[in-house]
Design a protein around this ligand. Structure first.
Ligand code: SF4
Length: 266
């Protein structure tokens, strides 16, 4: 592989990549909560209007406006730094699915250092998940919304939302069945009903090995220019209680912010 090859990433400096975040959901599996080092690719095949990575703002070439070119050699040095610091390298975005060769190159490089990695993927490609699975210890897979709401929530103008919903379930199945820990992530809005929750929960429980799955609900925080409404936290907690009555085996978490006290386990 050419280490001079340029790849789009959201900016990071020197040998240290982007944010450092905790893998909170590991606790639900009786594991130590490890830190991830986030490597954010600079393009995405979704365009969620509320995207905090600016995935809804693209250049004419389709790249996220704030992304920059990095040589793969620089990226791999940052991967090595993270692994040597005991962090789990997580390929995020944008979305790693837009950069499958580079994602595999990073995963193979990490393997030479004795490490498995993690991905945060919007769930659109079971094939990508299948290729990455041998290199993964965990994966965050988005299940953005029910099929009828998917196009709006993911900003898909091509109308493929229902297909993407099914692909997310397939991705979850592939990864959880092979033993990868899967954190299914769903944004929750003020309009999300208990029936919506129950339908989503049933799909998650039926897709793959539930022993390896966790469901994180992410409370929508209002974003300028978006028409979505924020949910009430107490209402969501009540709905989680109703879900747990039906699916007690489904491990769940609620995240409001990247603050340990704001991550609740159910
Ligand atoms: S899938 Fe993630 S990175 Fe892509 S636009 Fe949506 S929120 Fe942003």
């Amino acid at each position: 592989m050419d280490n001079k090859k340029l790849v789009r990433f959201l900016p990071f400096k020197g040998q240290v990549a982007g944010e450092r975040r905790k893998l909170y959901f590991y606790r639900a599996f009786g594991m130590e909560v490890l830190y991830t080092r986030i490597f954010s690719f600079g393009a995405c095949n979704f365009a969620c209007p509320y995207c905090k990575r600016d995935g809804q703002f693209r250049t004419a070439e389709g790249n996220i406006v704030t992304s920059q070119d990095f040589e793969m050699g620089v990226v791999l040095t940052a991967v090595k730094t993270a692994i040597e610091a005991g962090e789990v390298v997580r390929l995020s975005g944008g979305d790693p699915v837009v950069f499958p060769e580079e994602s595999l190159q990073i995963a193979e490089f990490a393997r030479t250092l004795g490490a498995k990695i993690s991905i945060a993927h919007n769930g659109s490609s079971p094939e990508f998940c299948r290729k990455m699975a041998p290199y993964l210890e965990s994966a965050a897979i988005d299940l953005k919304a029910l099929p009828q709401n998917f196009n709006t929530v993911a900003g898909l103008k091509n109308g493929t939302g229902a297909k993407m919903f099914e692909r997310s379930l397939q991705s979850q199945t592939i990864l959880s069945n092979i033993g990868v820990l899967v954190d299914v992530r769903t944004p929750i809005f003020g309009t999300t009903t208990l029936d919506d929750f129950l339908e989503l929960a049933e799909c998650i429980v039926k897709s793959g090995n539930i022993q390896n799955k966790f469901w994180t609900l992410r409370l929508y925080n209002p974003v300028n220019g978006c028409e979505f409404t924020a949910p009430r936290k107490d209402t969501v907690i009540w709905m989680i209680g109703e879900i747990k009555k039906v699916y007690p085996e489904l491990k769940m978490g609620l995240r409001a912010k990247w603050d340990p006290k704001r991550f609740l386990y159910f």
